[in-house]
Write a protein that binds this ligand. Structure first.
Ligand SMILES: [Zn+2]
Length: 142
């Protein structure tokens, strides 16, 4: 499925298990977009305009299903969506850390995304702790 998307893009270059390519969402001359595949989902991020996988399939006129490994039930989709934020945030955080090591410069918009990702990761951790507490309470009560 990643290949299905990548074949529509320009100046594609494979770097490890990631692809670099021109972003189809904005007028891109040098590859600003990074694409990779994780847990059955295509992850994409454009460092120039902030586009993600959903923006890419929309811009290419492809189905949203192209970024998932198969069609999902609505319940699965809901659970997936919750997990996606987590996967995407981790992806953005790792992109930034790699970029910073390589001495790349980031825009204010990118930094905002990065901070938001970290904020959401913190929230998720807190939610996970609360969920655990609730469960142990229910077990005691039952
Ligand atoms: Zn872009």
């Amino acid at each position: 499925m990643l290949e299905n998307i990548v074949k529509h893009l320009d100046k594609v270059r494979k770097v490890g298990n990631e692809y670099r390519a021109c972003c189809p969402v904005h007028d891109d001359n040098s590859p600003s977009m990074t694409l990779t595949e994780k847990d059955g989902k295509v992850l994409a991020y454009c460092f120039a305009c902030g586009a993600n996988g959903f923006d890419v399939v929309k811009a290419l006129g492809l189905s949203v299903n192209e970024i998932f490994d198969r069609q999902m039930s609505s319940q699965e989709a809901k659970e997936r969506k919750l997990r996606d934020t987590d996967i995407e945030d981790k992806f953005i955080i790792s992109m930034f850390e790699k970029g910073e090591e390589a001495g790349e410069r980031f825009s204010h918009k990118d930094y905002r995304r990065y901070r938001l990702a970290i904020y959401r990761q913190d929230l998720l951790t807190q939610m996970g702790e609360n969920y655990g507490r609730q469960n142990s309470y229910i077990q005691k009560a039952g």
